[in-house]
Write a protein of this length. Structure first.
Length: 145
């Protein structure tokens, strides 16, 4: 059993990672954080705080920052990342997360999202698409505190 956390560096992703670590300690299960990075997409990266003002897109810098953030919050967690094309939509990102869930044989995916799993979800919701997969359980973290 592995506990998987889609990680984009947001406060809700941090909260989901913290919750996964708590579960991992209780159930003695490894935690894996997965970041999905659309290549060369400055707007997406800036929206998520991955780039500073005026900074150009660099995958290695972004991945390094996300890895450092995961290590600071969960030193024993494994960090992985996947690259997707620049114009990747939420469905593409969710597909990569679901693939990773299958690869690591995730039993629970911890999704930090304020809208995943609602009766009505936005078509562009990564969290909603990940939560819809029935091959693993989903724990939705909606609050940072």
């Amino acid at each position: 059993m592995t506990l998987l956390v889609p990680f984009d560096g947001s406060a809700l992703a941090e909260a989901a990672l913290a919750r996964a670590v708590e579960f991992g300690e209780v159930f003695e299960q490894p935690v894996v954080a997965i970041a999905v990075v659309p290549q060369g997409n400055d707007g997406y990266a800036r929206d998520r705080g991955w780039l500073e003002a005026g900074e150009s897109f660099d995958t290695e810098t972004i991945v390094s920052r996300l890895r450092d953030q995961v290590e600071a919050l969960a030193p024993d967690a494994t960090f992985r990342y996947e690259r997707v094309p620049r114009a990747a939509r939420a469905g593409t990102i969710a597909r990569e997360i679901r693939r990773t869930a299958r690869r690591v044989e995730a039993s629970i995916v911890f999704v930090g999202s304020d809208n995943a799993g609602r009766l009505v979800t936005a078509l562009s919701s990564v969290g909603g698409n990940v939560a819809a997969d029935q091959t693993y359980d989903v724990l939705i973290v909606r609050h940072t505190g």
